[in-house]
Design a binder for this molecule. Structure first.
Ligand SMILES: Nc1ncnc2c1ncn2[C@@H]1O[C@H](COP(=O)(O)OP(=O)(O)OP(=O)(O)O)[C@@H](O)[C@H]1O
Ligand SMILES: [Mg+2]
Length: 284
């Protein structure tokens, strides 16, 4: 069904509206096998929503999404399950099940999609936790570990089935620089040495330029720039330069979507004054 020469992911004329807001606006792109595609863009511009559509968790208003050559927009949950066996997804929030231990969370896809026995599952769980630096944390509950650790458990779970395609939504947010480098190194090993395809949403430009073979920048639901890392670095587009250099002044207010900005444009924060050792708003 899917051939190595066709794109591993293909989105065509994808549109998603929430009410009358268009969050994904006639997007078309392809992802080739072996690529590490980094998706960038301001907070609220639609990156997570785009990933949810590519993996079939959300259905588009119109347009097509193919993974491994298969159109997924019309598939039932049961049919989607077969496709999901072949890719891993690290959600922005980690999306761990609170009632299960770390080990049980990582074991979930193995129990669902393989006929490994409990001993074999334990061994895979141990290996996957080891590669994200969490050896020995199997028995803890998500509430008992830090945010950055939850992220890494989510990554271990996404890698449990050794997927040929991995989607990661902000894999390094909340991680310290050393752990970020560890996760980036792992991504590089899996992609460059083992041929995995990776689609990574990130705001972390150090990490983005370390791992990307190609980059896409989204703005208001459209792709405004696309190219190899060096092309993005040299982009003449002001929004791209503002974003990759983290500049507060430029065409876009950082970290505010157009809608957020429009709503906040008239709000001027009142200056803070210190009164009796406490911060208070100065009345105008
Ligand atoms: N289920 C939903 N219902 C209504 N609006 C939604 C829904 N999901 C997302 N949105 C809207 O779509 C827009 C894009 O959200 P999304 O989470 O994709 O942004 P993002 O680019 O991932 O942002 P961040 O970098 O902060 O994670 C936001 O304005 C959000 O309010
Ligand atoms: Mg997001």
């Amino acid at each position: 069904m899917d051939s190595p020469n066709e794109p591993i992911v293909q989105a065509t004329d994808l549109v998603r509206k929430f009410g009358d807001r268009t969050v994904i606006d006639h997007l078309s792109f392809e992802i080739q096998r072996g690529e590490t595609l980094v998706i960038m863009g301001g907070s609220g511009c639609g990156k997570s929503t785009l990933l949810r559509h590519i993996i079939g968790v959300m259905k588009p208003t119109s347009g097509s999404v193919k993974i491994f050559g298969e159109e997924i927009t019309g598939l039932s949950e049961r049919e989607l399950d077969k496709v999901r066996r072949r890719f891993g997804m690290l959600f922005q929030s980690g999306a761990l099940l609170a009632s299960l231990t770390v080990g049980e969370n990582v074991a979930l896809p193995l129990a669902q999609h393989t006929d490994l026995n409990p001993g074999e599952i334990d061994e895979v769980v141990r290996q996957k936790l080891e590669i994200v630096g969490l050896t020995g944390f199997e028995k803890l509950k998500p509430a008992e570990i830090s945010g950055g650790m939850k992220k890494r458990v989510g990554l271990a779970r996404a890698l449990a089935l050794d997927p040929e395609l991995l989607f990661s939504d902000e894999p390094t947010s909340g991680l310290d620089p050393i752990m970020t480098a560890v996760v980036d190194k792992l991504t590089l090993e899996l992609t460059r040495e083992r041929g995995m395809t990776a689609v990574v949403v990130t705001h972390d430009m150090t990490s983005a330029f370390r791992i990307a073979t190609r980059m896409i920048m989204l703005d208001r639901g459209k792709i405004i720039a696309e190219g190899a890392p060096e092309e993005i670095r040299a982009s003449p587009i002001a929004e791209v330069q503002q974003f990759i250099n983290g500049e507060p002044d430029g065409p876009r207010p950082l970290n505010l979507s157009t809608g957020d900005h429009a709503q906040l444009a008239h709000v001027r924060p009142r200056p803070l004054v210190v009164a009796r050792g406490r911060f208070q708003r100065k009345t105008p």
